[in-house]
Design a protein around this ligand. Structure first.
Ligand code: NAD
Length: 504
């Protein structure tokens, strides 16, 4: 057993939760009409069921879409003032905080993430809801008072309509909180389909919104598998927009479905984030950030810093520090307060991570640490893993592993670093570590990624937009830009005085 592994405590009373969730449709808690349900086994505690939610059929999803359509077409929500909507959304933020511990335990058990991390994430979600609540009453259009004495132009901002939101399993509460409040804040009605692995906390979010007084049908949640539940949401003509977060494979499919029906689509997809470390960086801070960037959420993070690009002269010194942290960082039991890295989401995904590691070794990369499962079958755990001597043709350099696996390459010049960073088909995030701010900024300017950091990684705030370049996606969430995703803009031409006649 590795010294830094914390064995899961199967006597922890919180494992007794076994929550039974029901979907939220038109303000009512409902099961699937078929009665079918999905059990979630804690990925950190082999064999322990921690939650059960309905397995929706196409008909169940259809009822939720109909409820959202009614709420949008005839209900009070889109017609309320921004101030009224904002007041109710602030209340949701308060209720999230009031239920922080319960939500954090459920999130930790469903995803396998460390409880301390989950607590922080739930707090962040309350902040996301608060930000969106505040901004939503300030949403505006434009006037054009410079198009001639006899003309005035108005640009009305309107909600896009019914939005289907489909989310992945790695940050269920955060990703829903980065989408739903922006969509409903713009005046839309929503049907949320969370991942079949981790649906419980999304249902709880909708229940809290109901408790806050958000009207029936504005925020519906259906649970079930991608096909049929997610796919119906994307295909149904009553849905005006699909906001999808997940894999490139499914995102591409949904993009095709949206193109066929000319439906608006937002895609937040995968990444292969570079972490560029220049020789003038604060090495200890960089090493700490590199470890955090690749091990956070067991590496199951779209904005992981999974590619380390280090300037040649400092490679050995930096690697020594990164390895030292990697040997000591605690991983294991998600419910233990000391755990920094929790469990992997599923058996199939753990096997996939192992196959990437095996491919890295077969391709000739040097495995410096880890590379194996851990935990002796008590849960799905993977040891912190570090590769060096990676080159950009290897699959561990190109593909999203989505595990605690660092792939290290080195460079000589800033031009080379930027070229390596941009050599990926993804463009979601990037970090630069340097004490020379000008060098850092000039490098970041040339990197094609939507979310960048200087001397940090995986930082986030509701004010700044997120989103992808290249295969990492389409559209932007968060900040003021996030509301535009869920808005239509209507141009109104007003003629002042009698128009000039066309005939005669
Ligand atoms: P996934 O694509 O397998 O599933 C995502 C969601 O899509 C789930 O709810 C799933 O049920 C649903 N789905 C599956 N098939 C579908 C279909 N045919 N039609 C409609 N919906 C369908 O992704 P995942 O494994 O849950 O998550 C991991 C991926 O998500 C990684 O690639 C990661 O990079 C990405 N991700 C991106 C961001 C971002 O903000 N860019 C954030 C988190 C995760």
């Amino acid at each position: 057993m590795l010294a830094n592994f914390i064995s899961p405590d199967t006597t922890d009373s919180r494992l007794g939760i076994k929550a039974r969730y029901r979907m939220l449709v038109d303000g009512k808690s409902v099961d699937a009409a078929s009665g079918r349900a999905i059990d979630r086994v804690s990925p950190g505690h082999a064999g322990v069921i921690v939650g059960t939610w309905p397995e929706a059929s196409a008909d169940d999803v259809g009822l939720a879409i109909a409820a959202a359509r009614r709420a949008f077409d005839a209900g009070p929500w889109p017609r309320m003032s921004g101030g009224e909507r904002s007041r109710l959304m602030f209340k949701v933020a308060e209720l999230i905080l009031a239920n922080q511990e319960e939500l954090a335990v459920a999130e930790s058990l469903e995803v396998g993430k460390p409880i301390a991390q989950a607590r922080g994430e739930i707090g962040f979600c309350a902040d996301l809801w608060s930000y969106a609540a505040g901004q939503s009453r300030a949403l505006e259009g434009q006037t054009h008072n410079n198009i001639g004495d006899d003309r005035l132009g108005l640009v009305l901002r309107e909600p896009v309509g019914v939005v289907g939101i489909i989310t992945p399993w790695n940050f269920p509460f955060i990703i829903a909180s980065e989408r739903v409040p922006w969509a409903i804040g713009a005046g839309c009605a929503v049907v949320l389909k969370p991942s079949e692995f981790t649906s419980g906390t999304s249902i709880r979010m909708a229940e809290l919104a109901r408790e806050a007084g958000i009207p029936d049908g504005v925020f519906n949640v259906v649970t079930g598998y991608g096909d049929p539940a997610g796919q119906i949401l994307a295909e149904d003509s009553r849905v005006d927009m699909v906001a999808f977060t997940g894999s490139v494979r499914v995102g591409t499919k949904l993009g095709e479905i949206a193109a066929r029906s000319v439906k608006r689509v937002g895609l937040e997809l995968g990444g292969k984030g570079p972490q560029i470390v220049f020789d003038d960086a604060d090495l200890q801070a960089a090493a700490d950030g590199i470890a955090y960037g690749v091990y956070h959420n067991a590496g199951q993070c779209c904005i992981s810093g999974s590619r380390l690009l280090v300037q040649e002269g400092i490679r050995d010194a930096l690697m020594e520090r990164v390895l030292d942290i990697s040997r000591k960082v605690t991983f294991g039991d998600p419910l233990n307060e000391k755990t920094k890295i929790g469990a992997m989401i599923s058996e199939a995904h753990t096997a996939k991570v192992q196959s990437y590691v095996d491919a890295g070794v077969a391709d000739g990369a040097e495995l410096l640490l880890g590379g194996t499962r851990a935990g002796e079958g008590k849960g799905l755990y993977f040891a912190p893993t570090v590769f060096s001597g990676v080159n950009s043709d290897m699959s561990i350099a190109r593909e999203e592993i989505f595990g605690p696996v660092l792939s290290t390459m080195s460079f000589k010049t800033a031009d080379e670093a930027v070229a390596l960073a941009n050599s990926s088909e993804f463009g979601l995030s990037a970090s630069v570590w340097s004490t020379n701010l000008e060098n850092a900024l000039q490098s970041i300017r040339r990197i094609r990624a939507g979310r960048c950091w200087i001397n940090s990684v995986i930082d986030g705030t509701p004010e700044l937009p997120i989103g992808g370049y290249k295969k990492s996606g389409l559209g932007r969430e968060l900040g003021r830009y996030g509301f535009d995703e869920y808005s239509q803009f209507k141009g109104i031409h007003v003629t002042l005085g009698r128009p000039a006649p066309w005939f005669g």
